[in-house]
Each structure stands twice: as C-alpha cells, then as structure tokens.
Design a protein around this ligand. Structure first.
Ligand code: ADP
Length: 183
C-alpha cells in the first residue's frame, strides 16, 4: 500500500504516520526527518539546507525530489510506504507521479488531516520537541507557506479521486481509528 499523509504543520502527520507504519507494516518516509538527520550528521546536503529549514522555509524542489527518489530505491520500500511531508508543492507532486510511473507503481490513498488553524499553532508551540523552527514567528511563516505552496497540492490530487478527509481533532487514538476506517 502506498499512502500520502497530508496536512498543515502541526496537524499530526508524523504521529499518525508512525502508527500507520506499525499497524500496516510499511516504512514511514518523512522528508522533514530525513532533512533533520542530514543536518545532524553535517552532510553536504545538511549544510546547504540548514538555514532554509531553520527559518521555516521550503527546501528547493529539485533537492527534495532527488532525495526522495534515491530513498525510494531502497528495498524496504518495495511493497509500499507512507509518505509524510512530501509532496509539498505542485512541482513535487508532478515529479512524484513520474517516479511512480517509472516503477509502474500507483498511489492508493491520500489522507488529508483537517485541523483548524488556532489549534495548529497551539500544538506546535506546546509540543516541546525543541525544533529550531517551532518559534511563533517561524510557525507563522510555515503556515503562510503552507497556504501558498502546499494547499494547491490538494487540487492536484482531487482530480485523482483518492483523497480521504480525516478529522484531525481529538485524541491520538481516536484520530488513528478514523484513519483505520478510511484505509
Ligand atoms: P512540519 O509539517 O511540522 O512543517 P516537517 O518535518 O514535515 O514538519 O518539515 C519541516 C521542514 O522540513 C519544512 O519546514 C521544510 O523546511 C523542510 N521540508 C520537509 N519536507 C519538505 C518538502 N517536501 N519540500 C520542501 N521542504 C521540505
């Protein structure tokens, strides 16, 4: 099964993706985590993207697409995966379609987590993960970028008829139950 989990920053994508990964035995690929690990390991890519990410801005599409394409070549992804944080722009969505086509694979479901904006800001500012991009100013910037760059990705997938809307408000368990029903 190939799944995308989509939603604004703070919607709980990572939390739910981990649960889905365990329940359905498919690897969780989070581009945000991938990039944070590049930064921690001080790799060439990590050095290049550090300031962009710290400011809460998006990493350039070509860098994102290249790393996702490379990562998906690993054997562990051959029977499916859950993507979290990707695609985040329309060009990324188009590039992902090409990656799928090359492999003769298809995307099964697009989970859209719906959470009101006030709740997003609260969650991020109180989650205490210590992320350098979790400050009020940077969160505001990330939400603006979400509206401008990421929301249009929804229109792109709407044409494909694979979107399932999930109410993202409630306990982690309750939201996970809704996701299992949708799957
Ligand atoms: P959140 O959903 O809370 O913003 P993520 O871990 O998904 O957290 O992303 C954190 C940061 O990683 C983003 O603000 C951006 O800088 C970078 N990033 C992650 N995925 C992408 C992507 N697909 N395209 C561009 N930048 C990305």
């Amino acid at each position: 099964m190939r799944i995308i989990i989509f939603g604004p920053p703070g919607a709980g994508k990572g939390t739910q993706a981990k649960l889905i990964s365990r329940e359905y035995d498919i690897p969780h690929l989070s581009t945000g985590e991938l990039f944070r690990s590049e930064i921690r390991n001080n790799t060439e890519l990590g050095k290049k993207i550090k300031s962009t990410m710290n400011a809460g801005n998006l990493v350039a599409d070509e860098k994102v697409v290249a790393i996702v394409e490379e990562e998906l070549k690993k054997n562990k992804y051959k029977n499916g995966y859950i993507l979290d944080g990707f695609p985040r722009t329309v060009p990324q969505a188009k590039a992902f379609d090409e990656i799928l086509e090359k492999k003769d694979n298809e995307l099964n479901i697009f989970l859209k987590l719906v959470v009101p904006e006030e709740e997003l800001v609260n969650r991020i500012l109180t989650r205490g993960e210590g992320r350098s991009d979790d400050t009020p100013k940077k969160v505001k910037n990330r939400l603006q970028i979400y509206r401008r760059e990421t929301q249009p990705v929804l229109n792109y997938y709407e044409q494909k008829n694979i979107i399932k809307e999930i109410d993202g408000v409630g306990s982690i368990e309750k939201i996970f139950c809704r996701i299992k029903e949708a799957l």
